[in-house]
Ligand binder design. Structure first.
Ligand SMILES: *[C@@H]1O[C@H](CO)[C@@H](O)[C@H](O)[C@H]1NC(C)=O
Ligand SMILES: *[C@@H]1O[C@H](CO)[C@@H](O)[C@H](O)[C@H]1NC(C)=O
Length: 371
């Protein structure tokens, strides 16, 4: 099983919502403190960033439905526009480049490739991600692509309950293989699922995220669902989907690759990529000027990276990269725009203008100036 995981290069994604206590002292660290080739990147996800929900043939997702259901989102917002990353990706790639990052993790919206989840391919969706990938490579930034960051095509949910039915394994595999066929000549790092535990629990146990199913207190909170059964069914089908795609990838796309003898030591072959970031906990009334002074986030990054380094050096963990969540403030699911995780601040009241927070300067220094 571990080799399958390795084959797909899965990212172990843990978004830590709140600051962690630093176990080590505030030593000065920078890129050179990490093993050679260690990857530093930042990350995003389609529904939280793209907007353009009705453009170029994109199909509806369960998050479009959920965010437009009254009372589900803290600030009554939705992801219709969010950061407009769909149109501004070129400017945003420059922001990544400015920090000296090596990589960018983004997700493909399944419903841009297959508007109905299955069936006909939407060429405009393929074109968009081709352009994004090419623009990244042009700037020397390595793409890391998440296939599923929670935005299930609504059509599959309507047709058979989405993750609740075994058919999803087949449909996910077709979608995944389509992406690998179309983009695999340039994309070498694939992540099947972002935080599978979260969408199983939040979506089907407590119902706080799409599709909002649960049976807590006799369906006071959710119209439909079964919290005792559904999250487990969803998790089961997710694991089987991951295994199927990993298997296809290994057999069909990595066939000719020489497998080194160290593969037998499976634990050494499990490459870990970490994803973590922090919400700054500011109120909606915090001024832009104050929000840009994100000392707390800098302490968080410093502490997190110190501990990641300790895991590599002291415990022999095979950590190969770190992605800072997130490139810029974005639509944070049920918290809407009330929660800001960005390295860059986004002014939602003024044409979505991006401003560098102090974290950006910190990363610049960490990645470029001291190296
Ligand atoms: C999606 O399904 C709808 C309804 O069945 C259909 O009208 C439409 O043509 C389908 N779109 C694609 C791209 O397959
Ligand atoms: C808003 O920002 C976009 C992207 O930078 C730019 O193309 C557009 O002209 C701006 N619109 C206005 C009204 O300033």
């Amino acid at each position: 099983m571990l080799t399958l995981w390795k084959a797909i290069g899965i990212i172990v994604g843990v978004v830590v919502m709140f600051g962690i206590q630093t176990c080590l002292s505030d030593d000065q660290i920078n890129r050179a403190s990490f093993p050679k080739g260690f990857v530093f990147g930042t990350a995003s996800s389609a529904y939280q960033y793209e907007g353009a929900v009705n453009e170029d043939g994109r199909g509806k997702t369960i998050w479009d439905t959920f965010s437009h259901t009254f009372g589900k989102i803290l600030d009554f917002s939705n992801g219709d526009v969010t950061d407009d990353h769909y149109h501004r990706y070129k400017e945003d790639i420059q922001l990544i480049k400015d920090m000296g990052m090596d990589a960018y993790r983004f997700s493909i919206a399944w419903s841009r490739i297959f508007p109905n989840g299955t069936g006909q391919i939407n060429q405009a969706g393929i074109d968009h991600y081709n352009n994004l990938i090419d623009a990244l490579l042009e700037k020397g930034i390595e793409p890391y692509v998440t296939l599923y960051h929670w935005d299930l095509p609504q059509a599959l949910h309507d047709k058979y309950g989405g993750w609740l039915d075994r058919q999803i394994i087949e449909d996910f595999a077709v979608y995944a293989e389509t992406c690998i066929e179309k983009f695999g000549d340039r994309v070498k790092n694939w992540i099947t699922f972002n935080e599978p535990h979260t969408f199983a629990v939040q979506g089907y146990d407590v119902g706080l995220q799409a599709p909002g199913r649960c049976s807590i207190l006799l369906h006071v909170f959710c119209k439909e669902g079964n919290s005792a059964v559904e999250p487990y069914t969803v998790a089961h089908h997710t694991l089987l989907s991951h295994a199927k795609v990993a298997d296809i990838y290994r057999k069909k796309y990595k066939e000719k690759q020489l497998i080194p003898p160290t593969t037998l030591k499976q634990h050494k072959e499990l490459k870990i990529f970490s994803l973590a970031g922090m919400d700054d906990g500011n109120s909606p009334f915090t001024s832009i000027k104050d929000a840009l002074k994100d000392e707390k986030r800098i302490r968080y990054f410093n502490g997190y990276l110190l501990n990641l380094l300790a895991a590599i050096r002291d415990d022999g963990c095979n950590v190969k990269g770190y992605f800072a969540w997130s490139l810029m403030d974005n639509w944070e699911w049920a918290a809407g725009f009330s929660s800001r995780f960005g390295l860059y601040y986004v002014d939602y009241k003024n044409n979505l203008t991006r401003y560098a927070k102090d974290s950006v300067q910190w990363f610049k220094k960490f990645l470029i100036q001291t190296y």
